[in-house]
Design a protein around this ligand. Sequence first.
Ligand code: PEP
Length: 258
Amino acid sequence: MRPYVVAGNWKMNTTPGQAKALAEAIGKEYPAPEIEGFGVILCPPFPMLAEVLEAVAGSLVTVGAQNMHEQDFGAFTGEVSAPMLNSLGCSHVILGHSERRQYFAESDELINAKAKQAFAHLITPIVCVGETLAHRETGATNDVIEKQVRGVLEGLDALQIRDMILAYEPVWAIGTGKTATPEQAEEVHVYIRKLVAELYDEETADALVIQYGGSVKADNAAELFAQPNVDGGLIGGASLKAEDFLAIIAAAKSRASA
Ligand code: PEP
């Protein structure tokens, strides 16, 4: 059985006070450090990481960054490294989000290097892939997803695949209010899992957690998470409101205990 994992990507939002209040509101609903088959990750901006780590300490909630550099240290002004994130206590890092690909020209090759670096420093990568509207409308979705998946997973071993999270995030659904239908999401998740089975083996493909991301809201989370190959979600806008995010988390938790 794969776990259901919900991650909140706060992007470049929140003040320290808002970050603390939001993290405390989520952490206090899940005070036990573990619930079988279920996880919650908060990914605030870098300056809020320490605040958020402190706010959720001892709870089920873990903390991730939204990006990192592929080197350990050095003259890379403005960057943050995996050892830094690890020393703070971050368990996860989002890599290759479509906004990083679009605004910061991140390639599959770079994302792959970052994923390897995350593993080298005991941080679990949440690696994003997804097609644009033009890709979908021209029937190129599977080809684009295949190229991205092959590129970002290059050289990772089966144990790493079983440990990581892949997030399918159709670019046309991110922050647009247009959600993929549960069937559209499931179709791509199945495609990804089959590809991973070809690249590795069935067991590895079965163990890989594949989140859906793209305008997941309190009122559509349950039907998305009900799909057999959708193992939780990467949530942007709706993760900034405790009430909405808690409702999405509850939808994942009820799948985990079903
Ligand atoms: C995201 O940024 O990863 C995302 C899925 O955003 P939203 O939920 O706002 O579409």
